[in-house]
Design a protein around this ligand. Structure first.
Ligand code: ZN
Length: 406
């Protein structure tokens, strides 16, 4: 059976850029190795969710890995809490949160508490807080971030954010987004937690000390992105494959973990443009005998797109190209390269534009595409597919598809 190396280049797709003679960064980049994959593979254009739908990274990854986000996506929270290694149970309501600064009138002064770099004291202080039968679990995330879980009976994730997402306005009261008693109860308890935590945090000695040092106090949790931890079959249960997630950024580790993949630490993998991409491919080589499916995530093309930095995006794509060179020599392996969505430098945000996809391997019916980019891949044999089509195609190429009929 072929193994699969499944590479997602976050935000890779783009639109024509005038300064690049109307090429996209991927078209303008020098990518001999990606082009060899396209030449020896089948290519296509793909909308990871659906045509005209602008995907989030979380929903797009679920779809790419064969999990319908309409069934399994309930909000960002569970992926964040999973990404920082919190253990979750079905029915938990999970959130992402920042440590922020508010004044006595609850007006948000800073959404990162002066870019505080360690929130462990604050997370630990409120970890295991119980309010009306609901337990709050907290753990520090990277920098100013905190993971927060509500655990108890009768909870709902259909509630609004406390974080107003901007400065100079009042912290929001959490509201139920439907008429159920679960949503009303969850909102009420969360508002209580926010009040209790503010009263404790504002007088905390370490915050008094921060104020004396002219630093902003970390006196509130800016809570957002409620999602209920879903009952979701693992990758092993769904496909019978031993899978590993090789990623630097928390969200993508979180997605891999929720699907039951192992997520080893990768030295120098930061999720930023300076990330050590070679170390990710070296990890694939190191673990090659232990797994059947390798989900490899490269983050920064997305970040550079959001910065509008098309030159940086070109350089980063060329860095990906150099890193994946060893994969050309792998035997009995399908190498899949694609993106979760486009992040055009012109828009500085995600877009619904389709993304290129190539499946390279000895037994695929290769087509005439010989460059890996948006325009060329769209001419390939795969045609125009959706994200949820990709895993069934891969499973069939592996010879594992179930017969429909007799
Ligand atoms: Zn993304």
């Amino acid at each position: 059976m072929d193994k699969v190396i499944f590479i997602v280049c976050d935000g890779l797709g783009d639109r024509p850029i005038a300064e690049l003679n109307r090429k996209t960064p991927l078209e303008a980049a020098y990518t001999p190795n990606l082009d060899k994959l396209a030449k020896g593979g089948i290519s296509g254009a793909m909308n990871t969710i659906d045509i005209g739908i602008k995907p989030g990274s979380d929903t797009a990854h679920l779809s790419l890995l064969g999990y319908d986000p309409n069934t399994y996506y309930t909000g960002r929270g569970p992926f964040e809490t999973s990404g920082i290694g919190m253990e979750m149970k079905v029915g938990d309501v999970c959130f992402r949160a920042n440590m922020g600064t508010i004044d006595r009138d609850l007006i948000v002064i800073d959404r990162r508490a002066g870019r505080i770099d360690d929130t462990s004291e604050f997370a630990n202080l409120f970890n295991n807080t119980a309010i009306d039968g609901v337990t709050f679990l907290l753990k520090k995330g990277t920098g100013h971030r905190v993971g927060l879980i509500m655990r108890g009976k009768g909870l709902s994730a259909n509630i609004s954010d406390a974080d107003p997402h901007k400065l100079g306005v009042k912290l929001l009261e959490v509201k139920p987004c439907d008429d159920t008693k679960e949503a009303k109860f969850t909102a009420k308890i969360l508002n209580k937690f926010i009040r209790i935590s503010f009263l404790k945090l504002k007088d905390l000695p370490s915050n008094k000390k921060r104020e004396k040092e002219n630093k902003l106090p970390a006196n509130c949790f800016l809570i957002r992105g409620a999602g209920m931890f879903p009952k979701i079959p693992s990758f092993k249960e769904k496909y019978g494959l031993r899978a590993v997630g090789i990623a630097g950024a928390g969200l993508y580790k979180g997605i891999a973990k929720i699907l039951g993949m192992d997520t080893p630490n990768i030295k120098g993998a930061t999720g930023k443009p300076d990330s050590n991409l070679n170390a990710k491919i070296e990890k694939v080589i190191e673990l090659f005998d232990q797994y059947d499916f390798f989900f490899v995530h490269f983050k920064a093309a997305d970040t550079l797109g959001e910065d509008g930095d098309y030159q940086g995006k070109i350089k980063y794509i060329e860095k990906i190209d150099r890193a994946i060179k060893p994969l050309l020599d792998f035997k009995d392996t399908l190498v899949v390269v694609t993106a979760d969505h486009s992040t055009p430098c012109y828009l500085k945000s995600h877009s619904a534009d389709d993304v290129p996809v190539t499946i390279y391997g000895k037994h695929v019916r290769d087509d005439d595409v010989d460059r890996f980019n948006e325009r060329e891949c769209a001419k390939g044999r795969l045609g125009h597919i959706k994200g949820l089509n990709l895993m069934p195609i891969i499973i069939d190429l592996m010879g594992l598809a179930e017969l429909f009929g007799a």
